[in-house]
Design a protein around this ligand. Structure first.
Ligand code: ATP
Length: 217
């Protein structure tokens, strides 16, 4: 399998604070990787670099030329009065002009994320799991071949976590979407991810999830 991402000697320093140095790892196309590490280890910093929002102090990274990257943030507390329906919220990431094709794409992603039946529910009234799936549907509108999920299950109950993860697994298996899943939830990562990256004390380790033995959980 070819690589979708190659990271070479990546280092990040904020003023005097070194977050990490000499990070080297590759991600295979179609892989499912958990990015693990204690609070403050630099996971978000690494993701922000990969998303092009931060410039690393040194080092390089290269994505495959056919990369289409989607980003799924953790849902924030959406006010209960928030007026947009789930469908309209998902459509925020679509062209303003809702042509028939655009509408069809939105409909397809609502179905893919099990939101079709409740598309008229206001986001403010939706459950945590539904809101999180709406963020996922937004990201899927761009037809990504890789998605980065940043703590996407952090505030969900166990059932909603499993529903989201099963959906992620489906996207990986059926649509060959490469997954990078930032999480503190090691048991969940063991259940659904095949590989890990473990960031701690400025270094990164990589391996198969079944072999992950760090005791930080
Ligand atoms: N813009 C910044 N300026 C200075 N320090 C920063 C900046 N952004 C992050 N940091 C520091 O970098 C370190 C790593 O933060 P980061 O948020 O990447 O960790 P994390 O592994 O994502 O943590 P968590 O799991 O708690 O989200 C922290 O000590 C943080 O205070």
């Amino acid at each position: 399998m070819s690589d979708i991402l190659k990271v070479n000697n990546l280092a990040m320093r904020f003023e005097k604070k070194t977050i990490f140095t000499n990070l080297n790892f590759n991600l295979k196309k179609g892989s499912m990787t958990a990015l693990l590490g204690p609070n403050g280890a630099g996971k978000t910093t690494l993701i922000n670099i990969l998303m092009g929002m931060l410039v690393p102090t040194t080092g390089t990274f290269k994505f495959a030329t056919d990369l289409r990257l989607g980003y799924v943030p953790q849902f924030r507390n959406i006010d209960t009065e928030y007026p947009l329906s789930i469908e309209a919220f998902v459509g925020l990431n679509a062209p303003l002009l809702k042509t028939a094709t655009v509408k069809q794409t939105i409909k397809k992603q609502l179905a893919e994320t099990n939101l079709e039946m409740i598309k008229n529910t206001r986001m403010g009234e939706a459950s945590g799991g539904q809101k999180q799936r709406a963020y996922l549907a937004q990201a899927l509108l761009d037809q990504p071949n890789m998605i980065i999920l940043d703590e996407a299950t952090a505030s969900l109950d166990p059932m909603a976590k499993d529903e989201l993860m099963q959906l992620i697994r489906h996207l990986n298996e059926q649509h060959k979407i490469t997954v990078l899943f930032v999480t503190h939830d090691v048991p969940l990562a063991r259940k659904y991810m095949t590989d890990y990256l473990y960031l701690n004390h400025g270094k990164i380790a990589q391996g198969e999830m079944t072999q992950f033995e760090e005791a930080y959980e």
